[in-house]
Design a protein around this ligand. Structure first.
Ligand SMILES: Cc1ncc(COP(=O)(O)O)c(C=O)c1O
Length: 441
């Protein structure tokens, strides 16, 4: 009934962009979809497995995978049954079902800190509602967070995450969007990741006024920085000592290397966490999980409001059940791990031979690319050596070879593969990366 009108060639993409810009700011529904490397949006026509095709008919091997949301691949077979089942049940809006309870129970078994779960749509929504809970529980408004970490686009935390080099010491901390009130920035205390001395000093200096310690345990949003040995344990100890709510934002790190996320991978249990991205199997679903005494602060058992017409729509919950079923199969992690072994060994070899200094960092199915250094990057200040223009050129080179990396405006971010990628796909990507770096060097 609704046929997508397919422009036949690249000039037709330009015409679509022109129409898009006239009706949608920037021609895109999410700011970073305006691909800076191409200076145009990627208008997709179709996706399946590890690949997508744009409206000009070009085929791409996908190494963005919806920023990590389609870990099962594009259009996995299990979603066909999800849509059928949702339809049979009347699709349903604004009502809980036995499926909601099933998924919540399963997540409480799989995610170490989760004794209760509340669902949200986006990860930004999850972190917003989780932070409100943290503030209510601690009775303190200030939040200690880390440079280089990302927690969504809202006023609570789009502050002090990725400041320009000359704004690292800004007081109040750097606001990452126009329109965020200065008064919100006064509630944020950013500190360098993996620097225990700096963290201890900040926690001591703000004792009694900071109530939450917010961590992206694997910092995928700064080129995939993993926690230094003992660092997450130290966040746990400091939170206990200073009565802070320890909040792991696992919107990205959930189910990347194991079913339980970074808290399982590194053996440190926070008080509260958010999970998202791939949780819905490609459908919009995120969740807040945590200790029962904290989670029960949500209304109607407690005083913290969290409600919404579109909370936890049935198709997303069914997608969640399909996803959680997959990640509990032993073969799932064997496949994900096996692909990673080949990919990451290949990337290390390429980095060693590359004339351009580059480092590839990884955890689970996702990895970062940082240009300008050959050394491991362990915090945001070190990642500032990364050159965005080199990254944009890299994206142009690989896409011209049929392998898609999302450009994130040139920043050091994260890329990844899915269950649907084959070893041949990994080989194709390695060849394209190698050839691209050679052409650039
Ligand atoms: C760690 C983390 N938190 C929160 C978010 C926001 O999630 P969403 O894009 O679903 O709003 C993201 C998205 O990239 C993320 O990586």
């Amino acid at each position: 009934m609704f046929q997508m009108q397919v422009p036949a060639d690249e000039s037709a993409v330009a015409r679509l962009f022109e129409r898009g810009e006239a009706a949608i700011p920037g021609g895109v529904c999410s700011s970073t979809r305006r691909n800076k490397a191409w200076d145009s949006p990627v208008y997709a026509q179709r996706a399946a497995g590890s690949r997508f095709w744009d409206v000009a008919g070009r085929e791409f091997l996908d190494f963005s995978m919806s920023h990590g949301a389609t870990l099962l691949g594009h259009a996995p077979e299990c979603l066909r049954h999800v849509f059928d089942t949702a339809w049979e049940h009347g699709v349903l809006c604004s009502m809980d079902t036995p499926f909601h309870v099933d998924l919540a129970e399963q997540l409480c078994r799989v995610v170490p800190c989760a004794e209760r779960v509340r669902f949200t749509g986006s990860g930004s929504e999850a972190t917003l509602h989780a932070l409100r809970l943290c503030r209510a529980a601690s009775g303190r408004d200030k939040i200690i967070r880390f440079f280089g970490h990302f927690h969504g686009y809202h006023e609570f935390t789009y502050i002090g995450g990725h400041p320009p080099a000359d704004q690292l010491d800004a007081q109040p901390p750097y606001r990452e969007s126009a329109g965020i009130p200065e008064s919100m920035a006064e509630l944020i205390i950013p500190v360098e990741y993996n620097n225990l001395e700096a963290l201890e000093a900040v926690v001591a200096a703000h004792a009694g006024e900071a109530g939450t310690l917010l961590v992206e345990p694997v910092d995928y949003n700064c080129g995939c920085i993993t926690p230094a040995p003992g660092f997450l344990e130290a966040t746990r100890a400091l939170a206990d000592e200073h009565d802070l709510v320890l909040f792991f934002d696992e919107v990205q790190s959930f189910a990347k290397a194991s079913p339980g996320g970074a808290q399982q991978d590194f053996g440190v249990t926070p008080d509260i966490c958010t999970i998202g991205k791939s949780l819905g199997g490609g459908l919009p679903l995120s969740a807040i999980g945590g200790r029962a005494d904290l989670m029960d602060l949500y209304a109607p058992t407690g005083p913290v409001a969290h409600s919404g017409t579109f909370n936890a729509p049935l198709p997303s919950i069914l997608g969640g059940l399909a996803f959680v079923d997959h990640i509990q199969r032993p073969g799932f992690w064997k496949t994900i791990g096996g692909l990673g072994e080949v990919l990451f060994a290949g990337l290390e070899d390429i980095a060693g031979r590359s004339r351009l200094p580059v480092v590839f960092q990884h955890h689970g199915s996702r990895f970062g690319i940082i240009f300008g250094t050959r050394d491991p990057v362990t915090n945001y200040s070190q990642a500032l050596v990364h050159d965005p223009e080199t990254m944009l050129e890299f994206c142009r080179q690989t896409t011209s070879r049929g392998v898609y990396f999302h450009d994130y405006g040139g920043g050091p971010c994260h890329h990844g593969y899915s269950l649907a990628h084959s070893l041949e796909d990994i080989d194709q990507a390695l060849q394209a990366i190698d050839d691209s770096l050679q052409a650039m060097g």
